[in-house]
Design a protein around this ligand. Sequence first.
Ligand code: AKG
Length: 283
Amino acid sequence: MLSEKQLAQYKKDGYTVIQQYATIMQIAELRAEADRIIDQFDMKNISIFTTENQTDFADRYFLDSGDKIRCFFEENAFDEKQQLIGSKKLSINKIGHALHDLNTTFNTFSYQRELLNLALSAGFKNPLMIQSMYICKQPGIGGAVDPHQDTTFLYTEPNSCTGFWVALEDATVENSCLWGIPGSHLKYKNNRRYLRSGNEYKTSFTGEWEEWNHEEMVPIEVKAGDMVIFDGNFVHASKENTSINSRHAYVMHLIDADAFYPDDNWLKRGEDCPLMLMKDLIS
Ligand SMILES: O=C(O)CCC(=O)C(=O)O
């Protein structure tokens, strides 16, 4: 449960930090499982993840990953001949987007009573985990994540999307921690959405990004095991990782099942992989 101080910071700044949410053992298990998934990943299924080139972002492999476990490469992992420069393990940008429902290790970690209580104390009525991502932020080539609000990508009426981001390594300015604009969730309303047209593999953006003042961005440096909770309208980003250290993190995005989730959101679930209410999964 959020303490009074954490809740006050969350309401005022749009984010707060829960120290030592994950234990050393849990971190080791998640990291080992991510290694295993990457090891088993068939290189033929290639997708590069980039927030700069929306054509790549919108490819079929990505848009079908809402109810799957798929690996996405760092944009700078390849040479001009489209050959991997480094090892596969050090070339994956992220794994997404249904780890929490399809993988036993991530399922056990994701659906914890503690998370449900945090969500309820942050204002959720009926939390639903809609997306999970294992983010590697590889040494040297870890791509930047441009400033954005998560409500652009996971939109509900009223807005309910919230990120629960767990550092699996110390996240510092050097290895590219999260950055965000305190208070941005109150100051900037979301007027930009990433839309999908029906069941087609076509996406578009509506609206314009606000003119965010990048000078207002502050680094959110945390220790391995700490969790950053951020409001869906909190403007956040991470820079390129040019350091020699990776920065692994596992993020779970929750929406409220009582809110309306329009069909034109990019993330869809097939009938064989329905979304489940957290209260029904956690005894
Ligand atoms: O971990 C990162 O670098 C970015 C994460 C992010 O933007 C998110 O989880 O919404």
